[in-house]
Ligand binder design. Structure first.
Ligand code: FES
Ligand code: FES
Length: 212
């Protein structure tokens, strides 16, 4: 006798059993829904942010990231969404003087904070020295990572000035210096798919030299 009919039966039995368990699983959830109907609107909360020197009072879904707040609510699209998972650095902004990945941070965590985006560093007529150095050294190709690279680079030089240690320091208690290794390590969270790294490093080194 062939095995085929038996297989067909057991497949049908499996489907019936699966449907039955789905009904059982849906039962308590349906009952809970009857007891406490879910609200259609997501929870919103007032959030106050100072962005590039301008105060903003917003009412935001509590799940909104700082990145989406900047781009979708304040229309500051200079800050880019690359991976949305904290892996590329395209969304880097400076919050209270420290660089962060804005895709990994909820806006409600930043109530009252001061945020600087690429739009707040300089203007086309008056570029920030780091922006000017990127232009001079051709520190970009497609430019998608560039706002994050520049915000990160500005904050990196500040970190070194404040003595924040990095992984490449032999002595963590010693004051860090601007070296090629330091800059590359500290900028390693900013990925450039175009591979403009050597020009980016030259641009940052020039600004660091000018500030020394
Ligand atoms: Fe935030 Fe990539 S978009 S790290
Ligand atoms: Fe294209 Fe960096 S310039 S990703």
């Amino acid at each position: 006798m062939s095995d085929v009919p038996n297989l067909a039966v057991s497949r049908r039995a499996l489907l019936v059993a699966g449907a039955a368990s789905a009904v059982v699983a849906a039962g308590p959830a349906d009952a809970a829904e009857e007891r406490a109907p879910m609200s259609d609107s997501p929870p919103e909360i007032p959030v106050s942010l100072e962005v590039n020197g301008k105060q903003h009072a917003l009412l935001l879904d509590t799940r909104t990231t700082l990145l989406d707040t900047l781009r979708e609510h304040l229309h500051l699209t200079g800050t880019k969404k690359g991976c949305d998972h904290g892996q590329c650095g395209a969304c880097t902004v400076i919050v209270n003087g420290v660089r962060i990945n804005s895709c990994l941070s909820l806006a409600v965590q930043h109530n009252g904070d001061q945020v600087t985006t690429i739009e707040g560093l300089g203007t086309p007529d008056r570029l920030h020295p780091m922006q000017a150095a990127f232009v001079k050294h051709d520190g970009y190709q497609c430019g998608y990572c560039t706002p994050g690279q520049i915000c990160s680079a500005v904050a990196v030089l500040d970190e070194i000035k404040r003595g924040v240690p990095s992984h490449v320091q032999a002595d963590l208690a010693a004051r860090p210096h601007v070296t090629n290794m330091e800059l590359r390590e500290r900028m390693s969270g900013n990925i450039c798919r175009c591979g403009a790294y050597s020009n980016i490093a030259e641009a940052i080194a020039e600004v660091a030299g000018a500030q020394a």
